[in-house]
Design a protein around this ligand. Sequence first.
Ligand SMILES: Cc1ncc(COP(=O)(O)O)c(C=O)c1O
Length: 442
Amino acid sequence: MTSRVLHRAGGAPPLATGGEGIYLHLADGTRIIDGSGGAAVACLGHGNPRIAEAVGRQAATMAYAHTGTFSSQPAEDLAHIVLDGEPGGLTHAYFCSSGSEGTEAALKLARQYFVEIGQSQRTHFIARRQSYHGNTLGALGAGGNMMRRALYEPLLAPAFSLVSPCFAYRFKRNDQTDQQYVDHLADELEAQFQMLGSESVIAFIAEPVVGATTGCVAALPGYFKRVREICDRHGALLILDEVMCGMGRTGTMHAWEQEGITPDLQVVAKGLGGGYQPIGGVLINGTIVDALNVGSGGFMHGHTYQAHPVACAAALEVQRIIRDDNLLDNVRAMGTRLESALIERFGNHHNVGDVRGRGLFWALEFVADRATKQVFDPKLKINERVKREALARGLAIYPMGGTIDGTRGDHVIVAPPYIATASDIDTIVDRLGAAVDAALAG
Ligand SMILES: Cc1ncc(COP(=O)(O)O)c(C=O)c1O
């Protein structure tokens, strides 16, 4: 039958019909290891009966009640489990249906906060090149994914400025120490605040570990401490986008825990609901909630499906399983195994320039020449080739081009589910190794 679905990559993708654990099943009977959980989404793998049961139960009990008038038990319980212990002073959650909606909400909440406290002159955001915060026009404008922005550039708001990412493999000069590179980036951010006017900036927004755009790039030690200091000095907020790297993916529930700082607003999504329902959210520092409470009393924003009870019930069960089964211990243990296996397999590979990541969130960056870090001709679409060869060997991974500037560079991401076993990790790396060799031989 002809497909009437407008597929994002065009063509006719294979039909995925089922899934169990780390496997996805295709209509032709093939079983594929979902080695990246899609885009680092399926953190508990597929077909989990506990989550399916929770979704069905909630759909049968009460699928929808408008959030302008009602709350729901799953939303209340989900906020409690995610904010248990008020991590980093985050006290409240706003739930929505995707990462992009989460970014939009964080940007608007940050703006409203300053209006509430009498600083309505703050109208600007600073973000980083080679970052991604979502595909809706506000979030796209905040992001620095040049490939995704290009077509829509004339529609993007002038409220966003971009500074350099902290991407040492590509942008730290050979004659710079790590400290000098961090100082240089901090100076650039400071200069941007000065240029815009210290009191005109609402927030700086960044991914603690940059995901799809550059491939699992963590900042150098001390970078986020400098960022936090600069934001504080200028009275601006720090928004961390943990849509991809958060909710346990890097081995701690929040990626910022490994940076020794806390955000004012944090965007979460993928690992929140593990793909069982579309859900995202913003975790909010108590000070911001207090300002709204003593001010206008509400958040001037909303979506029909925000805090959807069925989505919240799915995410609640996902988070309970992660907690009950101590899965972050497994993320750390299997993360260490994945790191060693990738380094052993690709550490000396002449076309793999960098193996990087944290927890169960790793990427390979491909180069034509390891010594000069010269990239492959983008027309070769090396990342797509590796994806294709991996799929042919029963492994799904997440590829991306434009690693350096939206045009040049290739990488692929592996992000196995938190339930992965040692033998799953070994199989993933074996298949990836064969796929990389085949893709580069072709
Ligand atoms: C860091 C980051 N922010 C935001 C988004 C947007 O999330 P969504 O695709 O759910 O709208 C993504 C999606 O890949 C992401 O990786």
